[in-house]
Design a binder for this molecule. Sequence first.
Ligand SMILES: Nc1ncnc2c1ncn2[C@@H]1O[C@H](COP(=O)(O)OP(=O)(O)OP(=O)(O)O)[C@@H](O)[C@H]1O
Ligand SMILES: [Mg+2]
Length: 169
Amino acid sequence: MGSSARIKRLSADLQPVMEGERPAFVKKTLLRAVRGCWDFEALMANEVMWLKRLAEFRWVPRIVAVEELSILMTYCGEKACLANLPDDWREQAERIVAELASVPCSHNDIKAEELLVLDGRLLLIDYQHATRTREEHLILRRAGLSGCRNRVPDEQAIIGTLARIGGQG
Ligand SMILES: Nc1ncnc2c1ncn2[C@@H]1O[C@H](COP(=O)(O)OP(=O)(O)OP(=O)(O)O)[C@@H](O)[C@H]1O
Ligand SMILES: [Mg+2]
């Protein structure tokens, strides 16, 4: 398949698995692996690696099972919005930023869709584009090896996105 058939998204089948009334898990499935463009299987393997490395933090989804083309992980809530944004969002966000830096981990693709809220807790998902440092990510991007669009570093992306959601941006 040539570059004209570029697919920019890692398509995900994210039907929640219910436990009684509540969603408990989601399964993120790689639906289309396209050669000659981004290596989607490598992106999925990268996400699994970072979910494991970050497993000690409560704002990270837990892996339940990894299959060849899918990751079953714990449900992390709804996209952050004005209605569910916790009052202490800035404190929670600063903790996420500090703990990411402590690993170190650069997420590289933080946007509103990646910031979820569950029972007043902020969670950060989607680690397929994560690297150890922002510099590593910029090298990959300059080499045409990263498809993610986020132009700003994690701290700015998290705080800026949540401030906009909260009407303070
Ligand atoms: N653990 C989770 N709990 C709850 N919802 C989730 C979870 N993981 C993903 N989602 C939902 O599914 C959407 C897509 O997931 P994710 O961003 O991981 O997939 P993606 O294919 O990488 O998407 P994109 O390329 O658009 O970033 C998220 O924006 C979120 O709404
Ligand atoms: Mg995403």
